[in-house]
Design a protein around this ligand. Structure first.
Ligand SMILES: *Cc1c(COP(=O)(O)O)cnc(C)c1O
Ligand SMILES: [Zn+2]
Length: 388
């Protein structure tokens, strides 16, 4: 069913076995990436057959890491709509503008794709207790999938995290610890607890399979565009799971012989100017990000001062001839209004940030009027409504 064969360190290329719980390469302190037997898969799989399967992320199980279907933990994630944005497109002079609307996922964000893949694989390997540091949405997603998979979830989140994330985690039975600090401090504390208790740490990229779930966004886009990838993808970047995952998906699909052309999308990473380590490193031609001090943005999913996969994010952006753009929180709020008023999409601030960034790209003539441009709305605005 799955063509998964091993895990490979991004830095040194060392191979790691898939039949036990893995984290990251201890020698390089670098992420492990899932590798599949794509040569055999190429001979056996027909890309056009996937469309006829029941909807959802697990349609693509051959390129997901779970071997036995009884281990899949699913709540109906994936196969989100790709909506044309004709009104905003007209305003911006763009004829083929779209949003991939991830707000329709369970728990209202795309984080479920990663957590569905990671917890399913963890369950397959016998894990029963999981722990995660999170800026918010990953915690809510993990709580739901842990509940569904009969696992115990421990969640460490900054105390300024949106209220919805705290409540959705608690009601699903997770233990929530509110941390005085940002996600990096939450990660430090969660790491210590994981060690002390023997719980499995599902931190972004310190666990190999969340990126596998998120890469399926790339497979869906390819199918939606008739196996001719779009020209530009604008992605709100925190830990970078989706960006790295989709780029990996494009490589896999090329190896599978599924793509009509070898041209790949230009990937644009969007961050808030209150926390823009990727943008800074991209502009300064660095291969790693500096830790962003005093990070602050209302787009909580983008409040990641340094991603564990910073090197891969920067590599992929450059390989794609892409870009990195910072936008202000006030521009995000303005864009959030425009998306709702012009197109009826109430986006999370992270998703709205992609529209604010696109406006900069249009001004700079970095995009052409007839290019196929995809914004990613990664969550619903409903989770961010302030409560008093
Ligand atoms: C986590 C999150 C992001 C950032 O996603 P990465 O793949 O980790 O870069 C963007 N938007 C929302 C709503 C999020 O929850
Ligand atoms: Zn290594």
């Amino acid at each position: 069913m799955s063509y998964l064969v091993n895990l490979q360190c991004h830095d040194c290329g060392s191979s790691y076995a898939i039949d036990k719980v893995q984290t990251f390469c201890p020698d390089c302190q670098a992420p492990l990436l899932a590798r599949y037997d794509l040569e055999t898969a190429r001979k056996r799989l027909d890309r056009d057959e996937f469309r006829s399967r029941p909807e959802g992320m697990w349609r693509w199980r051959e390129v997901l890491p779970v071997h036995k279907s009884e281990n899949m933990i699913s709540l109906g994630e994936g196969d989100t709509p790709l909506l044309p944005l004709p009104n905003l497109g007209a305003d911006l002079g763009l004829s083929r503008l779209y949003v991939k609307d991830e707000s329709l996922n369970p728990t209202g964000t795309f984080k479920v794709r990663g957590l569905s893949a990671a917890l399913s694989k963890a369950r397959e390997l016998g894990v029963t207790k999981v722990i995660i540091p999170t800026a918010g949405n990953a915690g809510g997603a993990m709580a739901a999938y842990a509940a569904r998979g009969s696992m115990k979830a421990h969640i460490f989140m900054p105390k300024g995290t949106p209220r919805a994330n705290i409540e959705e985690s608690r009601i699903a039975g997770a233990t929530v610890v509110l941390v005085d600090g940002l996600i990096n401090e939450a990660a430090r504390m969660a790491g210590e607890r994981a060690q002390a208790e023997g719980w499995f740490d599902v931190s972004t990229f310190k666990e190999p399979y969340r990126a596998e779930g998120k890469k399926i966004m790339g497979y869906e886009l390819a199918e939606e565009f008739g196996w001719n990838l779009p020209d530009v993808i604008v992605y709100p970047t925190g830990g970078g799971t989706g960006l790295v995952g989709m780029w990996k998906a494009f490589e896999e699909m090329e190896a599978l012989g599924w793509l009509e052309s070898s041209s790949r999308p230009r990937m644009v990473a969007v961050q808030s100017d209150g926390c823009a380590p990727v943008v800074k490193a991209f502009q300064e031609s660095l291969t790693r990000c500096d830790f962003w001090t005093d990070a602050q943005t209302l787009a909580s999913g983008l409040c990641v001062p340094k991603s564990f996969a910073d090197q891969i994010i920067l590599e992929d952006l450059r390989a794609s001839n892409g870009h990195a753009v910072a936008v202000s929180d006030s521009a995000i709020l303005e864009a959030q209004k425009r998306l709702a008023q012009k197109e009826g999409v109430f986006a999370a601030p992270e998703g709205a940030a992609t529209l604010a960034a696109l406006e900069q790209l249009v001004e700079q003539n970095w995009v052409d009027p007839d290019e196929r441009i995809v914004l990613f709305n990664t969550g619903t605005g409903l989770k961010y409504i302030p409560v008093s």
